[in-house]
Design a protein around this ligand. Structure first.
Ligand SMILES: [Zn+2]
Length: 118
């Protein structure tokens, strides 16, 4: 529950979640994020799954995450052209969504979490 006068965590100064490679601010002060979900495969190889999602509560915007948006490459080689193109495509989708989305983030109430953990 949100009580009047409770501070809402500042959005711009907070650290980005793991894997976020692009973040657009929505009209409703949520964010639309492009995420590179990496799984190490050993010897500096990794699988990268590209997806996008909105942090607006119950917005439901999601894109990517399919097999054809999954790439495996060596850290020394850097991302292949197809990865860069897919990331740019998802960034464009995320940007387009952010320009119109008015769903707000659901604020995290610290006191409630703290009392629930006790
Ligand atoms: Zn949204």
């Amino acid at each position: 529950m949100i009580y009047p006068g409770q501070p809402i965590p500042p959005l711009l100064g907070e650290p980005w979640p793991e894997g976020v490679v692009y973040r657009a601010l929505t009209v409703g002060w949520a964010t639309t994020d492009v995420v590179d979900d990496q799984t190490p495969e050993g010897d500096e190889w990794a699988t990268h799954v590209l997806s996008a999602r909105c942090t607006g509560h119950n917005c439901g915007f999601e894109a990517g995450g399919s097999d054809w948006q999954t790439f495996k490459f060596h850290a020394a080689d850097g991302p292949p052209r197809e990865y860069v193109a897919m990331r740019f495509q998802l960034q464009t989708e995320a940007q387009r969504h952010a320009e119109n989305c008015r769903a707000m983030r659901r604020p995290v109430v610290e006191e409630e979490n703290a009392s629930a953990a006790r």
